[in-house]
Ligand binder design. Structure first.
Ligand code: FES
Length: 176
């Protein structure tokens, strides 16, 4: 009879531990669902070079040519999307060199066009203008810097461009 309280105590503790364990098993996934995706990178802009096709499509000495920059895969914390348009770039090939400029206006992000007649870049939103090489033409609009160059390389005869989105409306160029 003396060990009756001990057995009761043991059963109490064992039941409590079992209940607590079960509670943890149920609560952990629910808690994880509530706090997700805290701490995770929520949107991934591809940092790897994007294939833009054969370099031969750019004729040496031809005017700037606009291309859409399409990421094969973009992931966020919940989904994976394919063939997402990130923006546009202007490309040209001079002798042995290929150049790329972002078509995103460094003022507020409108799409920059190229005026063949005036041989200059123009943003239709607030009339900022850039020279044929992408240099800002002073006093034409509110943009504060030149068009943003984008890293581009030729690898095995194919153009590979690295997409970079820069902070808008700043005089200096910093990745966003
Ligand atoms: S968005 Fe291009 S000048 Fe304002």
């Amino acid at each position: 009879m003396a060990d009756e309280p001990d057995r009761r105590g043991f059963l109490k503790v064992a039941t409590g531990m079992l209940g607590g364990g079960l509670g943890l098993v149920i609560a952990a996934p629910a808690l994880r669902m509530c706090v997700a995706p805290t701490g995770a990178e929520t949107v991934t802009t591809p940092h790897d070079p994007i294939d833009l096709g054969l370099v031969e499509q750019l004729k040496v000495g031809a005017p700037w040519h606009r291309v859409a920059i399409i990421a094969p895969v973009v992931k966020d914390a919940w989904t994976t999307a394919r063939d997402i348009v990130l923006g546009g770039a202007w490309l040209r090939r001079t002798d042995a060199k290929v150049e790329a400029l972002s078509a995103v206006c460094p003022h507020l992000g409108c799409a920059v066009g190229f005026d063949e007649t005036a041989k200059s870049f123009l943003c239709p939103c607030h009339n900022s203008t850039w020279s044929e090489s992408g240099g800002l033409v002073a006093n034409t609009g509110p943009a504060q810097r030149d068009l943003d160059p984008l890293p581009i390389e030729v690898h095995d005869g194919r153009l590979r461009l690295t997409w970079v989105r820069y902070k808008l409306d700043t005089a200096t160029r910093e990745p966003a």
